[in-house]
Design a binder for this molecule. Sequence first.
Ligand code: DP6
Length: 336
Amino acid sequence: LNKKEVVEKILKDSLCVAKNKQGVYFAPANIALCKYWGKRDLELNLPQTSSLSVSLGHLGAKTTIEELTDSKETMDEIWINGKREKPNTPFSKNLKNFLDLFRLTKTCVYRVKTAINIPIGAGLASSAAGFAAVVGALNDLYAWQLAPAELSILGRLGSGSASRSFWSGFVEWQMGIREDGMDSKGHVLTEQWPALRVGMLILNTAPKPVSSRVAMERTVSTSPFYTAWPAKQAVDLRAMKEAIAAQDFNVLGSIAETNALGMHSLMLAAKPPILYSEPSTIESMHRIWQYRDQGLSLYFTQDAGPNLKLLFLEKEAETVKSLFPTLEIIAPFGEK
Ligand code: DP6
């Protein structure tokens, strides 16, 4: 199956004829606590394992989309935070290819305006929120009235982690087993955890040297340890859901940390190796472990870059901020 066939399955007879003048949607960014690393289908972004994330509340992407009917433009107009994006950047090309899945006619051209309020250069996978917001905005523009789970499948076709960006709170992306991926979609957990805090520890804002797509493929095909990953992930995921249900922060934090380190260890063994950490990343990890030895409940997770995301509870926020003064602190469930 290719992406277009999946889109046709979901949209069935809902033609892409604009019902509204423009479509609008906000999608939150999300941080994986149990990581998605490795695909079983590269075309449809079907994962090798399920994963679990926490959404970042009001931080994310808000997209407005409209069809340019009476313009002479032959290319999509893409705006990010008020600046027109050049059509030949990798980002524009990616988005154009994604929008191609939804165009009724070859001549349909879109104006897409996205406002991203994630701290600039946070090294956050803003593509998850970005693709989710585009899908949500198309759903609004064309009045498809799709449920979040269906939007999740469409978002996944843009970027795997986008499948988790259609809800706030804890979201599990269930891997599914079907070849067409119709059962590979997000699912929101009912638990809330208002005291949970995520801190963005920005160490380097330069673009990553290896994209997560390329790094994942290389890990799956060359890392001798990859075969151990699905089993570890299943154990971690089950234990993490129990920790969330029991509101046991130390269990949640330690699973999140070992899960991220496990993912990075797979990459170290890939050929050629992939090492996203920098000296400042390692130094910060040692500091976090030292503070923890001294009794502070502080953990980290790391994605495909050198920055860390710190996990702690509201009652430790002041202490953590004094130890990491540049930290951007986010309350995923809102301030109490
Ligand atoms: C480390 O979702 O960006 O952040 O599906 O190729 O677009 P593609 O990958 P992407 O990968 C995210 C990887 C991660 C872990 C996670 O978010 O689960």
